[in-house]
Write a protein that binds this ligand. Structure first.
Ligand code: HEM
Length: 402
């Protein structure tokens, strides 16, 4: 299918963020949003149509419409220059109904209130342990290494029931996956972790313990391969995301001292502050869907076979939905943000992510009331690869010794 049916010249915006404000979406994308919340992108001759959707209403609408497919193989990737391969086994974000419905129901039934309550108790302890470690180590310290990465990694251990004796090695491997080391070392760690999780899942079948993976192993009809795949997917979905929210969120607070002080002085603000940080930062910045049949969206006619690129971060900054959208305002009602997605694929772990952030941010600011950057803000290393969850690769911080 060619893209010649467009009514105007396709655009090729830069997705680069402005160095002046690393928390903002790419200025060219937000500029388009005002006039053209859905716009055709330039694609090579003969390639399917590719659209950029950046308006809040249009993004929300398409995420709730089953005519937009999550299956990776329906999506044309303009940078790759071809269709994506199918998602790995167990990756819910690459499935459509009825396959997705089967996995989703199975998994949703295991994120129980009881399980979440148990995890709430653990996150308080784990956060305290990590803050103690940070205090012993510094100042200064790399917040990513001592706090933002280990807290969610330990929580994934709790969720999946990684035995205590394996946790140190598990932590090392998860660090190696998201590390700045060579791509080969990252890949090797990723494969090892996948193998470990598959073996763990099978061990839970034989000898269940009190954790979500055991519940899945014994209370679902997942095959061994699916069970291992789901475990690896949960690690991927729950670790990098929450770790980057904690680190980038702290960076954003340090750059907005009045907001930081408001949260530090009123921990009751935490729940609302977390929603606003999710909206403002939108670390899962973009997503894609394949168009299954001809469909109208935002006054545009999309064709079966087209692909949409969803700028979740730009949608969450749409002033039509959030007044003064580019301001971090912890007291604003940020409800309705799309940082966890929307529709049938909306994040299954959002409750857990919220529990972690509502505990971790206030605890960090209470323990280190004079926390500040240890380097100029421009020197904080950002994760600029658009295929990654957005965030920082390290966050050097310092404080006054008490
Ligand atoms: C702040 C942290 C997090 C953010 C920003 C986030 C964001 C997202 C987003 C945007 C999606 C939708 C993807 C799509 O529509 O294609 C999603 C899906 C998902 N997330 Fe999260 N997530 C976070 C934490 C977690 C955690 C802690 C877990 C579990 C341990 C988790 C598990 C999942 C799962 C299982 C899905 C797939 C749901 C489906 O496709 O039905 N996430 N997440």
């Amino acid at each position: 299918m060619s893209n010649t049916y467009y009514r105007e010249e396709p655009v090729a915006p830069s997705f680069d963020r402005a160095p002046a404000c690393p928390f903002d979406p790419a200025p060219e994308v937000t500029a388009l949003r005002a006039e053209q919340p859905i716009v055709p992108l330039a694609a090579p001759e003969g390639a399917p149509g590719v659209w950029l959707v950046s308006g809040y209403d249009q993004v929300r609408q398409l995420l709730a419409d089953p005519r937009f497919s999550s299956r990776y193989e329906t999506q044309y990737h303009p940078v790759v220059g071809g269709h994506l391969p199918p998602a790995p086994v167990g990756d819910l974000t690459g499935m459509d109904a009825p396959q997705h419905t089967r996995f989703r129901k199975m998994l949703a039934g295991k994120f129980t209130v009881r399980r979440m309550n148990l995890l709430t108790e653990r996150v308080t302890e784990i956060t305290r342990e990590r803050l103690d470690a940070m205090e012993r180590q510094g100042p200064p310290a790399d917040l990513v290494e001592v706090f933002a990465q280990p807290v969610p990694a330990m929580m994934i251990c709790e969720l999946l029931g990684v035995p205590y004796e394996d946790r140190e090695q598990f932590q090392d491997q998860t660090r190696a996956v998201s590390d700045t080391g060579s791509p080969e070392a990252q890949y090797a760690a990723f494969i090892e972790l996948g193998e470990y999780l598959r073996d763990l899942a099978l061990a839970k079948r034989a000898k269940p313990t009190d954790d979500l993976l055991s519940d899945l192993a014994t209370g679902s009809d997942l095959t061994d391969e699916e069970l291992g795949g789901v475990a690896a997917f949960l690690l991927g979905a729950g670790l990098d995301t929450t770790a980057n929210m904690l680190a980038l969120g702290t960076f954003a607070l340090l750059r907005n001292p009045a907001q930081l002080a408001a949260l530090r002085d009123d921990p009751g603000l935490a729940a609302g502050a977390v929603e606003e940080l999710l909206r403002y930062l939108s670390i899962a910045a973009t997503g894609m869907r394949g168009v299954l049949e001809d469909v109208e969206l935002g006054g545009r006619q999309l064709k079966a076979g087209d692909t949409v690129i969803i700028a979740l971060n730009a949608a969450n900054r749409d002033p039509a939905k959030f007044p003064d959208s580019d301001m971090l305002e912890l007291r604003r009602p940020a409800t309705g943000h799309l940082a966890f997605g929307h529709g049938v694929h909306q994040c299954l772990g959002q409750q857990l992510a919220r529990i972690e952030m509502r505990v971790a941010f206030p605890a960090l600011l209470t323990r280190f009331p004079a926390l500040r950057l240890a380097v100029p803000a421009e020197e904080v290393p950002l994760r600029t690869d658009p295929s990654q969850i957005y965030g920082v690769r390290g966050l050097p911080v310092t404080w006054d010794r008490g």
